[in-house]
Design a protein around this ligand. Sequence first.
Ligand SMILES: *Cc1c(COP(=O)(O)O)cnc(C)c1O
Length: 395
Amino acid sequence: MRDHRTLAVFGGSKAFAEPLHVGRPNIGDREKLMARFGDILDRRWLTNDGPMVRAFEAKVAELSGVRHCVAICNGTIALEIMIRAAGLAGQVIVPSYTFVATAHALQWQEIQPVFCDVDPATHNLDPARVDALVTPRTTGIIGVHLWGRPCDVEGLEEVAKRRGLTLLFDASHAFLCSRKGRMVGGFGSAEVLSFHATKFCNAFEGGAILTNDDDLAEKSRLMRNFGFAGKDRVIYLGSNGKMTEVCAAMGLTSIESAPEFIAANREHWLRYKRRLAGLPGLSVIEYDPAERNNYHYVIVEVDAAKAGLTRDQIVQVLESENVLARRYFAPGAHRMEPYKSEQPLAGFVLPVTLRLAETVFALPSGSAVGAAEVEAVCDIMETAIANAAAVAAKL
Ligand SMILES: *Cc1c(COP(=O)(O)O)cnc(C)c1O
């Protein structure tokens, strides 16, 4: 173990000269990407449902086992279009423990997100708590497959069916993940993927709506392109949610390298798990080995009483070493604007969310990180926790 006085918080030099990021982009095969860029320029077909976008959609639909994939410029606009195409209005039940875009996509179209608590074991919506929040104004539920671990889909389906609600999913984290052997993409009425640069597979910026509902797919396609149903013929209120050809080229190239990204992620996750298992008060969340997982997120829960340091103190120690660990998802969407002002009492029904927002953090992983770096990050945490009292006094 390192001498704790060598830690940066005690004046030692930083473990990393350059910042080590969570979600540093995975880059696939450069030559294939450049060849695709060349094709795009040769064709002079840069956007508007081009061949690259169509190939991307076909690939995502095939891998996710769904009939339709509608590629969108990013995940947030994909959520907005999915919500609108599905006809949601009034109130929609969502977790607060998610990236704020899940709630924003509703509020943006004047639908009230009603924040529901999550299951402490899975970090996903708790169907019984969803049921308790349904009012006459509720029209839908949006589950988030957090960290790529799918929601209790059957539990949410039961509530949605009994209450006459539309069930949708924000599957931004869950591309190429499965539940009970079924790939994410076909659950609920529709699901949204994000291909943002920081996600497991990326299209620089990108998103997709996946559905087996022909009508919902058709509406989504119209809304993506101003409602155009043909030349000069607009039959619907639409926006501009089109994915460009270069983004689709990146997306396709990224997907081709997905097996390598998964292998790197899994190796890092296993290494962190092995190294942190011996430390008191730290636990790395599990992925079900019987399912398909992308292992993109290495998520740690801190029990401060056992670790001797709080989550924030551990993150502070890591940051001082240039390890930019992230407090995902603190403080919770309900404590961000405009929800904080509009729904000041939301937190009363969110005890698990409030706890997770204080105890969880994410560690660097992915193909941009090497085994030696993971070991060094673990060394820092090991040293800090073994000398918790001295470290806490120094902070
Ligand atoms: C990334 C993310 C989004 C937004 O996706 P963008 O492609 O960045 O717009 C939405 N929800 C969750 C849970 C996300 O992680």
